[in-house]
Structure formats: structure tokens, C-alpha cells
Design a protein around this ligand. Structure first.
Ligand code: HEM
Length: 181
């Protein structure tokens, strides 16, 4: 995955547990990269899984919930750094539909080696939507956090139900979203 995700992950972890703990955890995890991430680099997403396990042990927060919390943080970073994508969408559901059809397509052009998930909007009505996530990296907790950050960005309150399934294209995770305000 692209370095920006890792540099932001460490910034998120520093906010959570402080710089000293982050340094100790990086050292103890003996990561292939040594944790010396740069925004232009590309790293194995498994390093985030390893670091998250260590931070989960340190904080007592469930590891999937930590990844979701990181998704919220990253979503806020994206709202600042890539504000044009948010400005182009009138509503939350327009924005979420555009991740697959437009945003990740542009990201792929910008970073040809980016490893992006598929996030298709399968159904949509005024108040409900069904987003289907597929990725060999299984970072659906990150997707949930990014969805929650986007909802706050649009001033929407949403409820999310998560389901998993499989079809001829492989496994997927469905997010059923209901806007309540
Ligand atoms: C302005 C908005 C967005 C931008 C600029 C953006 C960009 C990116 C970038 C740069 C990556 C890393 C790719 C790589 O490291 O190779 C990524 C990964 C990812 N994105 Fe987005 N993204 C945006 C919105 C979203 C939203 C709203 C969702 C969820 C609905 C989402 C779901 C994901 C997930 C789950 C990954 C991790 C990789 C994986 O699951 O396989 N993104 N995105």
C-alpha cells in the first residue's frame, strides 16, 4: 500500500498512545521496512496488521476497532488533502458512489502501483444504500471508518449494518447504510 497510508497510520497511533510508545512498538515488531515510511514509498499492508495487533495489546482496544478508528482519521485527512473530490459530490451517497467510479480511478492514475479495493454501490434510495467491498487485503474495518468520516463530513448521521458473502467473483463485505439525519 502507498506510503501516505502508513505515514498517516503512525500519526494516528502517535495521537492515540504517544510518540514514545509508537517508537517502542515499531522496534519490537521488527518490521521489514523498519517503520521508516515515506509518502512516496510502497509497503506491505501486512505491516499495518502487525502494528495494529501490538497497539491493540497496548490499549486493550479490539484490533478491528482500531483499524476502523484509523479509517475515521484517514477519512478526515482525505477531506483536507483531496477536498476537490468532496466538493464535486452533492450528497454523501453521491460521494460514496464516486469512490469506485471516479476517485479510486484517479488515485490509480496518480499512483499506478496503488492497490485499491472495489467499492461498488449496488443499491441506492433516498435514505438507504448498499456498498459492496471486495479486496484481497480484507480491510473492511478501514472502509467502515472511511464511510463514517465521510458521513460526518456531509453532516449526515448513518447507521451501518455489515454482512459478508461470496459469489463467483469471490468474497465480499456488504455495508447497508441508512441515513437518519
Ligand atoms: C477522497 C477520498 C479518497 C481517496 C483520495 C482515497 C484514496 C486511497 C488511497 C491512496 C488508498 C491506498 C492505495 C494503496 O495504498 O495502494 C486507498 C485505499 C483504500 N480505500 Fe480509498 N480513498 C478515498 C475514499 C475512500 C472511501 C470513502 C472508502 C470507503 C468507502 C475507501 C476505501 C478504501 C480502502 C478500504 C482502502 C484500503 C485498501 C484495500 O482495502 O484493499 N476509500 N484509498
Amino acid at each position: 500500500m502507498k506510503g501516505i497510508v502508513f505515514t498517516e497510520y503512525l500519526a494516528f497511533a502517535e495521537n492515540l498512545v504517544g510518540e514514545d510508545v509508537v517508537e517502542d512498538v515499531i522496534e519490537a515488531c521488527k518490521l521489514p521496512s523498519g517503520g521508516a515510511y515515506t509518502t512516496v514509498g510502497t509497503y506491505d499492508h501486512a505491516e499495518i496488521v502487525i502494528l495494529t495487533k501490538a497497539f491493540s495489546e497496548h490499549t486493550g482496544i479490539d484490533d478491528q476497532d482500531l483499524v476502523r478508528m484509523f479509517g475515521v482519521y484517514l477519512g478526515e485527512v482525505f477531506q483536507r488533502k483531496f477536498s476537490q473530490f468532496f466538493a464535486e459530490a452533492d450528497t454523501l451517497f453521491d460521494f460514496l458512489a464516486s469512490v469506485h467510479t471516479h476517485i479510486h480511478v484517479e488515485v490509480q492514475k496518480l499512483y499506478p502501483d496503488a492497490e485499491l479495493p472495489s467499492i461498488e454501490m449496488i443499491e441506492r434510495s433516498e435514505r438507504t444504500a448498499l456498498l459492496r467491498y471486495r479486496s484481497p487485503r480484507n480491510m473492511d474495518a478501514l472502509a467502515l471508518g472511511l464511510i463514517q468520516a465521510a458521513a460526518s463530513g456531509f453532516g449526515d448521521t448513518i447507521e451501518t449494518e455489515r454482512d459478508s458473502g461470496a459469489d463467483v467473483d469471490g468474497t465480499y463485505v456488504d455495508f447497508r447504510l441508512t441515513r437518519s439525519g
